[in-house]
Design a protein around this ligand. Sequence first.
Ligand code: GLU
Length: 297
Amino acid sequence: MSAYRGRFAPSPTGPLHFGSLVGALASWLDARAHRGAWLVRIEDLDGPRTVPGAADDILRTLAHFGMAPDEPPVWQSRRDAHYAAALAQLTAGGLVYPCGCTRKEIADSLRAAHERHTTLAYPGTCRDGLHGKRARTWRLRVPDGNAAIVTFDDRWQRTQTQNLATDVGDFVLKRADGQWAYQLAVVVDDADAGITHVVRGADLLDSTARQIYLQRCLGAPTPAYLHVPVVVDTHGEKLSKQTGATALERDDPLPALRAAAAHLGLAVEGDAPGIARDAFLLAATAAWARRFGPGTG
Ligand code: GLU
């Protein structure tokens, strides 16, 4: 296997909160347990959702928590040409087509399909042409039949299977607002950065089959995946800036690090009041390595 390269890929929509700290810590611990490199990618493609200054704030918080990236961070907003090249490659291969459907048109046809108890996926309306409509989005054609089934072994969640044709349908690579879709950007960025291991929240588990399929279309390697349980609030919703998660206390990282390690189910040996941050992180790395380190398969 090539040398371990992992990453944490926050969307800079606000300060780092406890939910994102869990993802950051898990990816950092996995990289350290494998004596690999840990990179940070700022996922600032979604212009309207990006909060000015949030990325720098996240990087500063990570540093206070003892997690500094091993290479300069990558910013998605500066990688337009790479996404365009990938789309061109897929288009040349006949795998992409323009779609003129509005969200409402898709919702209406999905509702009709739902009433017939058939697929909930994009119904492929524009597969054979725009039907006189204007191109709004660009979609990747997914295969039919057994070729649509993607199976992978998640290091935490075990075997995962998704049928892209019936669960998702032809999915968007370039959005109606001109933005690159998350699925395309993440695959291109992970491939360009030589990422061998993806460790992130389980809310992205159902994006993974799409990403693996895209990797195959682009001739990119598939990394190993590990999806950690997401942190939920008292209503069972994923903790996020939207659900009112509070920013982390930068000057006192240990309580949050301890809580994040506990969320990950780690028994950190030697943890005691007054333990230094880096001693805690070292002990947490050992605990992670016992569960997910090299040789634990
Ligand atoms: N930027 C995504 C998020 O914050 C994570 C993407 C990924 O790790 O693949 O949810």
